[in-house]
Design a protein. Structure first.
Length: 399
């Protein structure tokens, strides 16, 4: 077919595609519903740029059907302009498919019974043509989308940085056409990697997207976040009358279970930088004291937070239980968690209540703090917080 011009019903395929001006109008009518805003309707759909694109698309299809080399750059440039104007990928691709469908009907209308082989070959060549065009437009859309996405990401990151570091957030928002919320919830979250056989980069992308989706699902506006597979920080616009923290807890619990631990602090725009430091400290305390699987607020960890202030007081508290064995410390933790119920403590540790009494007595002897009194219990709780944080600090320095 590349050496002899193919014919259908005695008319060359090229003349069938290009020789009837009505086919342009039929294609324009067929593609207009795919994107009425861009293509227009009625007389508006006959706009010069639309007609130009259809005529060049017909020329490209005719070249493909007759084995002639063709240059798709003009068609691609037109499609890229549509992408930049906001047309969706699906609407542009649908327009090309509808146009090819009109061409196919035109070819079928001219074919006689003796043209079955030629018609079948035309169908094959139209599929090849569509594949080439679709692949090229997909690559163009991806490039256009990436440029747009990078610009959006950079704008969000600039606002995020200004808010968390005390910069000109209002100015950054104005430059990118965005509006800041009056208050934000600062979420600092840590993810424990789940067992998965997928490659590391696949897991990272999957976990990052799941985390972003969980946070976005409860946000009342545009979330500003720096997230990765290990967790990250998100500034969540607060809704009027909404209980964002509870919604967020449910979303993260549903998505990650005990593999997700976080801290949450609410603040106005001017307070975000300081509130972020509080949230980061709360997360550190939560991981050291409460373990994994919850999103904590300052109210949840008020005593622990206050006891964890760095300085000589924390170091002294930490030393009060230096040298106390793990078995005794586990007993203290269980006793405090039970609210001072020795029988519940014994059941949790699978020991006799008398064993609990003996161990608490040993704690008193070694530390001078009596767990069975309100004052002693408060001192022991604070000492456990301080000791764990001091250990974590030393481990970071050693590491």
């Amino acid at each position: 077919m590349t050496n002899i011009e193919p014919t259908l019903g005695g008319t060359s395929v090229r003349d069938i595609v290009l020789g009837n001006r009505e086919i342009v109008d039929r294609i324009i009518t067929a593609i207009a519903p795919t994107n009425p805003e861009q293509h227009g309707t009625g007389d508006a759909s006959q706009a010069a740029d639309i007609r130009w694109a259809v005529e060049h698309s017909l020329q490209a299809a005719a070249d493909s059907l007759t084995g002639r080399p063709n240059d798709d750059e003009l068609l691609r440039a037109s499609a890229v302009r549509r992408f930049e104007e906001g047309s969706s990928f699906s609407s542009v691709i649908a327009a090309y498919h509808r146009g090819v469908a009109v061409i196919w009907e035109q070819l079928r209308a001219h074919a006689g019974r003796e043209d079955d082989a030629t018609l079948a070959e035309c169908a094959r060549l139209l599929f090849v043509h569509l594949e080439r065009i679709t692949s090229a437009l997909a690559a163009d859309f991806e490039r256009t989308w990436t440029v747009s996405r990078l610009g959006e990401r950079d704008a969000r990151f600039a606002i995020f940085t200004a808010l968390t570091q005390g910069g000109d957030a209002e100015g950054e928002a104005h430059r990118s056409g965005r509006t800041l919320a009056s208050r934000y919830g600062i979420l600092v979250v840590r993810l424990r990697r789940a067992e998965d056989s997928s490659p590391g980069d696949v897991i990272a992308r999957r976990e990052t997207q799941r985390l972003r989706s969980a946070i976005d699902s409860v946000a009342g506006g545009e979330v500003l976040a720096v997230l990765g597979a290990a967790g990250g920080t998100a500034l969540v616009p607060l809704r009027d009358g909404g209980d964002t923290i509870e919604d967020l807890r449910r979303a993260l619990q549903a998505g990650f279970g005990r593999n997700c631990t976080g801290a949450w602090v609410e603040a106005g725009i001017s307070e975000i930088s300081d509130a972020l430091h509080v949230a980061e400290e709360l997360l550190e305390i939560a991981l050291a004291i409460r373990g994994e699987g919850e999103v904590h607020t300052l109210d949840d960890l008020l005593l622990e937070y206050q006891s964890a202030r760095p300085g000589p007081g924390r170091a002294l508290l930490a030393r009060r239980i230096d040298g106390v064995g793990d078995e005794l410390l586990q007993t203290v933790d269980a006793y405090l968690a039970s609210g001072g119920d020795r029988r519940s403590t014994a059941a949790a540790l699978h020991v006799h209540p008398n064993t609990v009494d003996y161990r608490l007595g040993r704690i008193l002897t070694l530390t001078g703090m009596e767990a069975t009194t309100p004052e002693g219990a408060a001192q022991l709780r604070a000492a456990r917080v301080a000791n764990r944080l001091e250990r974590a600090a030393h481990e970071r320095l050693d590491g």
